[in-house]
Design a protein around this ligand. Structure first.
Ligand SMILES: Nc1ncnc2c1ncn2[C@@H]1O[C@H](COP(=O)(O)OP(=O)(O)O)[C@@H](O)[C@H]1O
Ligand SMILES: O=P(O)(O)OC[C@H]1O[C@](O)(COP(=O)(O)O)[C@@H](O)[C@@H]1O
Length: 307
């Protein structure tokens, strides 16, 4: 079974307007509300690709209720830990540029924390846990380390999609996949990465530190897959950008959807192909991508083997 853990879910409130004038009253053209948070997005795309998962995490208040209902409507299994304060609302402003305001996160009690850990207490070596997104301020910054200890003790695998020290500290526990974007990768090493030649050595460094596979996403400039046996570049697919929120999560989900854990080279290449199609399909959609959109883009994915 695949479990996704979203410690800090959100309603993504997408507001579309022509231009955004700060310091003035702006009128939106239209707006939408979507269940969000990185693990939840992974569960939503997996479902669309006919792969079941169970969504875990902290959820609370009327905003949490909206998310649970939306996921139930999409037939996604949830086993969220209920908390007293409201799940955050993240504001995504789509004007000539995309601007995001991501909220803090709910207050959590010791009881909430142990209930979430309890959900991870009966994993087996057949299970894969996706840890994705920011850690709410109410939790210690090394909270993912605590979850990783629980997961690996039971022989389950994990994928982690987060940033900074939380990501770097996870590497020695050999995540099956990590997927920083090139800005996040640069920040981790206190540098700026632009070209493929800049990025590859840092991706390889993440492998050396323990990651089993690394994808470095580069937004409209494509993506790199770096494994111990191959380095592959996927040039960007051309299309009209509608919404880049969730493109990275879609890429992770597309990749996972094709893994049957044999880890063969061709399997990783196919998984990467699905990842790229899923990321781009979401970038070209208002909400997360549909299966049709992903499958239609697959023939446009080209892979350039760099070694
Ligand atoms: N404007 C775009 N055009 C084409 N593909 C895109 C675009 N934005 C994102 N993608 C695809 O989705 C992937 C993930 O997007 P990215 O923005 O890098 O992730 P994140 O949301 O984690 O920052 C990219 O590597 C690319 O394959
Ligand atoms: O947990 P964080 O880092 O605040 O990110 C949460 C936000 O990221 C998203 O999951 C989108 O992530 P990506 O664009 O990286 O795929 C939104 O749904 C959500 O609002």
């Amino acid at each position: 079974m695949i479990y996704t853990v979203t410690l800090n879910p959100s309603i993504d409130y997408v507001v579309r307007l022509d231009t955004l004038k700060t310091g003035s009253v702006n009128r939106s053209e239209n707006q939408d509300k979507y269940p969000g948070g990185k693990g939840i997005n992974v569960s939503r795309i997996l479902k669309r690709l006919d792969v079941d998962s169970t969504a875990l995490g902290f959820i609370g208040g009327f905003t949490g209720g909206f998310i649970e209902e939306a996921l139930t409507e999409e037939k996604i299994t949830t086993r969220f830990t209920p908390v007293k304060t409201d799940t955050r609302i993240n504001v995504k402003l789509k004007a000539d540029q995309e601007t995001e305001i991501n909220g803090q996160g709910p207050d959590l009690t010791e009881q909430n924390i142990s209930e979430l850990k309890q959900e991870l207490s009966s994993l087996t070596s057949d299970d894969l846990v996706v840890l994705a997104g920011s850690i709410p301020g109410a939790l210690p910054s090394d909270f993912y380390q605590e979850l990783i200890a629980l997961i690996t003790k039971q022989g389950a695998e994990f994928i982690i999609d987060t940033t900074g020290d939380a990501l770097l500290e996870s590497l020695e526990h050999q995540p099956l996949l990590i997927k920083p974007n090139h800005h996040e990768l640069g920040e981790m090493f206190d540098t700026t990465l632009v070209t493929i030649e800049d990025i590859v050595p840092y991706g390889q460094e993440l492998l050396k530190r323990g990651a089993k596979n690394v994808i470095v996403s580069m937004g409209k400039d494509g993506a790199l897959l770096i494994t111990p046996d191959l380095t592959v570049f996927a040039p960007p697919i051309k299309g009209d950008l509608k919404n880049s929120v969730g493109a990275g999560d879609s890429m992770v989900a597309g990749f996972i959807s094709q893994l049957n854990r044999a880890n063969a080279q061709s399997e990783l290449e196919d998984a990467f192909r699905y990842g790229v199609a899923s990321g781009s399909a979401t970038a070209f959609s208002d909400d997360l991508a549909t299966k049709d959109k992903i499958v239609n883009l697959l023939p446009q994915v080209t892979l350039k083997i760099l070694n």
